[in-house]
Design a protein around this ligand. Sequence first.
Ligand SMILES: Nc1ncnc2c1ncn2[C@@H]1O[C@H](COP(=O)(O)OP(=O)(O)OP(=O)(O)O)[C@@H](O)[C@H]1O
Length: 206
Amino acid sequence: MQIEAKNISFRYRENTPWILKDVSLKIEEGERVGLIGPSGYGKSTLVKILAGYLKPAKGEVLLDGKPLPKKGVCPVQLIYQHPEKAINPRWRMKKVLEESGMFRDEVMEALGIERDWLDRYPRELSGGELQRFCVARSLFEGTHFLFADEMSTMLDVITQAQIWNLMLKEVEERRLGLLMVTHNSSLAERICTRTINLAEINSREE
Ligand SMILES: Nc1ncnc2c1ncn2[C@@H]1O[C@H](COP(=O)(O)OP(=O)(O)OP(=O)(O)O)[C@@H](O)[C@H]1O
């Protein structure tokens, strides 16, 4: 599979300068790509567009040449910095996982998800504990691309390592495509097969 952003232009409000102008990129399954660029330059905005969370004003996102599916669980999964915004606050964690069809003991164990967390609501878990659920959920069997947007910034070093080890094992074994946004260049160097500098592919006026 391949995901492609084709001539994407985006701004949050009309009559304001473009944040993204005529941005194109392609990622193949099995690739691990780092997305870098100055702070506030539009990296998070671009991954949200790629994952179908935001609609571009111009251009399109294509998965093997077709638009992203509108219904059902998406083959493109985004994990971002704020797990509390990504999970339905009214559902217990067990239901959150069931909805995605994801429940593998091996994943629960590797992420250090404890059995009794499953009966809790999101507000009864810490940010790090919740993020583990977001990662678990993103790894359901229909996933082909994983986008990680500063996924581990708010976590302690041990949890970061635990999450990245599992993610990379899954990415490798299942040949998933990975796009990671990070300011941590040593993490990107360790993980990625190539990097894309948004400043080099964005035609917006400065
Ligand atoms: N919901 C929003 N409404 C209006 N403007 C926004 C919104 N979200 C982001 N922006 C603006 O869009 C621009 C790009 O933001 P974005 O978060 O995509 O950048 P980034 O490259 O990911 O930044 P950072 O590296 O600091 O996380 C910024 O100027 C930001 O202030």
